[in-house]
Design a protein around this ligand. Structure first.
Ligand code: MSK
Length: 657
């Protein structure tokens, strides 16, 4: 990682750039999420899931001698309802995003959105198969229309079950079927959550939570998975790409446009428009040398994965980036956009441009996006940013930038492991079986100012690879890793010897950036393929694998965590438990779900303890599979004596030029 002030006290963040910007915010009297978190303590009642506000007899606060609400609802019922309502909101956000992608595919295929085209025909054909759409003699546009129709049908499906459920291992499907939690329609499960949790309806915690699992599965194996697939069809399935990260990706002499949110639909067009000669000429006419794009949150991850656009920062960096004075426009679409950015921007020249018909922000300039006039809107946005370039005041861009390699779709991982003729997960399974790789972990999720920014993310990833656990990452964890240089081939040197040997031999980095929040479904696909490849049991819950969301804050993170668990991956969430107020609900989601779906849902604020527990869990899974006992020293020698041609950066398609 690039060095800055090593003596900087690590308190609010482990990122020196964030610490510098926080000092600047304090000096200039600018309020940020960090300062507001200090001023606003979490409500202890709501924090533990003990506040019920689903009717207007309350809100009922179940504390002290008050153990039931006015209607008689118990702490168990209230905590369970609160949890699955969070899950439903998260699933709705992901899935509504997925639905919009399907509408864009339809518009692209019918010619109503002329700025879009079908970029990945191979993926289109694969998705057609998953959705039981016959290929026949159709043109790619005709096939795309049928795929879009089938995809849209999954959201409103009224009969039967989601088609993508069949992508899970057979044993997992049986578990869901036996428990009656196989998801039906995506929208249906969200609506049913709201219905069940209305006053006077479902009032048995376990029964409520069972539906929560089904709702989460409708996200993971439904809305989110469709979103990822359709994005790949439209914009291409990611393959390795090198880029930079952190505030040093801003340019003093170019128009800086920051893309923030979650949807790739507009940002892909902004990337294309930014190299349009007419737009570049316009930028030059205002004194800028060019247009520089960089991104925040998952829109950033989407356009990094496919276009190599650099990462500016993760969730907690969005306000601080404006303090550089170098951002001419921050273009936002949906989800994870703090209202606070508008207030911060009032102190500088930055224009906040909202674009989604679903997300207006008071005080922001709204340039509404629609896919029918996409390129024209993208250019209008860039012109607005260019017009704002001469309005800059003092600029303070920290000279900190780290390299990264991203773009690890499950298709690419499979190709990387087996080559174009024998794409498979066999080498990965073999490496796990031999104990060279101890296990696998998905580390994902947000930032939360209640903990040291990026610290739990980075600690967990470093500990896992040191202990020979291969890591896949998405969302804001991936951005935290990028800023610490953990997404480069060189990080192999920080791995345990077995993992290091495998990374050198196969040519994979130990931390694989798989994309945005909806792309957590790529992780589900990898897990399903490992489970069916052979040698590691028959189900995802048999795998020596674990999930983490150490700095979670969003409802989407709850939905992701719950669909990981319902798919068989024991998952550790950080921060604290939103159901701590009910011992019974805590028991159900841990021991109870372990029995039901073979995986537990832990909320463990101590991230060091979470890693220890996860490593013990991985070893227990290895033992149950009767695999070689993991030994950290067994492969030490072979990893030390690798030939020079396998040196980091020289091997594999991901080498940074
Ligand atoms: S952006 S949901 S803060 S990961 Fe997907 Fe980051 Fe969490 Fe938003």
């Amino acid at each position: 990682m690039a060095e800055k002030k090593s003596s900087e006290p690590i308190k609010k963040s482990i990122d020196p750039v964030v610490l510098d910007m926080l000092d600047k915010a304090q000096d200039e009297g600018v309020s940020t999420a960090f300062s507001r978190a200090e001023e606003t303590k979490p409500c202890p009642i709501g924090h533990e899931g003990n506040c019920c506000k689903i009717c207007f007899m309350g809100p009922c606060r179940l504390v002290g001698k008050t153990t039931v609400g006015i209607c008689g609802a118990t702490k168990e019922t209230v905590a369970a309802r609160n949890l699955i309502r969070m899950c439903a909101a998260g699933a709705a956000a992901h899935s509504d995003h997925g639905r919009d992608m399907a509408h864009t595919l339809m518009a692209a295929a019918t010619g109503e959105a002329p700025d879009y085209r079908i970029k990945d025909e191979r993926k289109l054909k694969a998705v057609a198969q998953y959705l039981s759409v016959p290929e026949g003699e159709k043109s790619k546009e005709e096939l795309a229309i049928d795929v879009a129709k089938a995809a849209l049908g999954e959201f409103g499906r009224q009969e039967g079950e989601l088609l993508y459920v069949q992508r899970a291992p057979a044993k997992r499907q049986e578990i869901w079927s036996k428990l009656g939690i196989t998801p039906r329609g995506v929208d249906r499960e969200v609506v049913e959550t709201l219905h069940r949790t209305h006053i006077g309806n479902d009032q048995d915690a376990e029964h409520i939570l069972d539906h929560g699992l089904r709702n989460a599965l409708a996200d993971g194996w439904g809305g989110s998975m469709l979103s990822t697939d359709v994005s790949d069809i439209l914009f291409g399935t990611p393959s390795p790409v090198a880029a930079g990260s952190n505030f040093g990706t801003l340019r003093e002499d170019e128009v800086n446009v920051v893309i923030h949110g979650h949807e790739p639909t507009l940002s892909e067009l902004i990337v294309a428009a930014a190299s349009d000669p007419e737009i570049l000429e316009y930028a030059k006419s205002k004194g800028a040398k060019g247009i520089n794009l960089t991104g925040v949150c998952c829109t950033a991850n989407e356009i990094l994965m496919r276009q190599g656009v650099p990462l500016l920062g993760n969730f907690l960096a969005q306000e601080l980036a404006i303090l550089t004075g170098a951002i001419d426009a921050m273009v936002v679409d949906i989800q994870c956009i703090m209202q606070g950015i508008v207030k911060v921007a009032e102190n500088y020249h930055t224009k906040i441009i909202s674009t989604s018909p679903k997300a207006k922000i008071t005080g922001a300039l709204h340039i509404e996006f629609n896919e029918h006039e996409a390129m024209s809107i993208a250019k209008t946005i860039l012109r607005t940013a260019i017009d704002n370039y001469p309005n800059r005041g003092a600029v303070n861009i920290p000279d900190v930038q780290d390299r990264l390699v991203a773009g690890f779709s499950h298709e690419y991982i499979s190709y990387m492991l087996g080559g174009s003729l024998r794409e498979s997960f066999r080498p990965l399974n073999d490496a796990i079986m031999s104990g060279r790789i101890r296990g696998a972990a998905g580390v994902v999720g947000c930032n939360n100012p209640r903990v040291t920014h990026d610290d739990p993310h980075v600690y967990i990833v470093k500990e896992l690879i040191k202990n020979d656990v291969i890591v896949v990452t998405t969302g804001c964890n991936a951005i935290a890793c990028a800023k610490q240089g953990l997404l480069t081939p060189e990080v192999m040197e920080q791995c345990g010897p077995g993992l290091k040997e495998i990374c050198h031999t196969i040519g994979i980095p130990p931390v694989l950036h798989m994309g945005s929040c909806v792309d957590n479904t790529r992780i589900l696909t990898v897990l399903a393929q490992c489970a069916t490849e052979g040698g590691l049991g028959e189900d995802i819950s048999d795998l020596p694998a674990a999930g983490f969301a150490p700095e979670w804050m969003s409802e989407k993170a709850i939905s992701i965590g719950m669909y990981f668990v319902a798919s068989g991956v024991t998952t550790w969430m950080g921060i604290g438990s939103p159901v701590a107020g009910s011992e019974e609900v805590t028991r159900i989601i841990t021991e109870g779900w372990k029995e039901k779906v073979g995986a537990a849902f832990y909320f463990e604020p101590d991230h060091k303890k979470a890693v220890e527990e996860a490593l013990a869990h991985i070893d227990a899974k290895r033992k149950a599979l009767k695999l070689e006992e993991y030994s950290p020293t067994r492969y030490a020698r072979s990893a030390t004596y690798l030939p020079a041609e396998f040196a980091p950066g020289k091997h594999g398609a991901y080498s940074i030029k």
